[in-house]
Design a protein around this ligand. Structure first.
Ligand code: 13P
Length: 251
């Protein structure tokens, strides 16, 4: 179901102690507050079991930043979707551009990850987005469409309906260079149209599509005001309650 969502992606930040402290602070800041969006924090794997005990999932939901493309077995260092789910986490970011760029995650690998996440009742927050050279060459629509087609379009309409998408133009991530509200809306509308072409308008209209890339308290309101932008996937600004809370309150 289409929802407004503000999700924090902590990336590789915070020790266990720092992370549990941040989760406690966020929970305390949201207690008794009427917010108009779902709030999710996506933490490093090792934080999940502890933070799951701290948060009240009615106000703060929990996700991982990755999960394996294999079920279980001799895959040293990997963490499976079943393991993530067993911590109490409900979400998993998949296909983040940093995973694609630094860890060789292809559309085909991501297809397996999505399948296993869904089998374990995790909601994938599936990331898509073009790099700067692709945007400068006017290829952003094709790049994003191919990412969606190759990783997600084998899913049934029912399974696709369980996915959250996050459009993160790689040139906007951690650079302080946000996509303009118009650029975000244009791409989100294109993504929704692509989904409608495959699954029909009803499924497309029910899909939450988040924007990510240097979103902050200063630009969140304008970004979220777009009809096809259903929230944000927030990196740097999610690492402090002071900077994350105003983004949540932008709805
Ligand atoms: P920044 O908000 O730090 O640009 O990161 C965005 C992001 O990659 C979220 O997944």
């Amino acid at each position: 179901m289409r929802k407004n969502i503000v999700a924090g992606n902590w990336k590789m930040n915070k020790t266990l102690q720092e992370g549990t402290e941040l989760a406690k602070e966020l929970q305390a800041a949201l207690n008794g507050k009427a917010v108009k969006c779902d709030v999710i924090i996506c933490t490093p794997f090792i934080h999940l079991a502890s933070i799951s005990q701290i948060i009240d999932t009615k106000t703060v939901k929990l996700g991982a930043q990755n999960s394996a493309d294999k079920v279980s077995g001799a895959y040293t260092g990997e963490v499976s979707a079943a393991m993530v789910a067993s911590t109490g986490a409900q979400y998993v970011i998949l296909g983040h551009s940093e995973r694609r760029a630094y860890y060789g995650e292809t559309n085909a690998i991501l297809k397996e990850k999505v399948k296993l996440a869904l089998e374990n009742n995790l909601t994938p927050i599936f990331c898509i987005g073009e790099v700067l050279a692709e945007r400068e060459a006017g290829k952003q629509d094709q790049v994003v469409k191919t990412q969606i087609e190759e990783s997600l379009f084998d899913l049934s309409a029912e399974d696709f309906g369980k996915i959250v998408l996050a459009y993160e133009p790689v040139w906007a991530i951690g650079t302080g260079k946000t996509a303009t509200a118009a650029q975000a809306q244009e791409m989100h509308a294109f993504i929704r149209q692509t989904l409608a072409g495959k699954y029909g308008a009803a499924v497309a209209n029910e899909t939450s599509i988040l924007y990510g890339g240097s979103a902050n308290a200063g630009n969140a309101k304008e970004l979220f005001a777009n009809p096809d932008v259903d929230g944000g996937l927030i990196g740097g600004a999610a690492l402090k309650v002071d900077t994350f809370l105003p983004i949540i309150e932008a709805f």
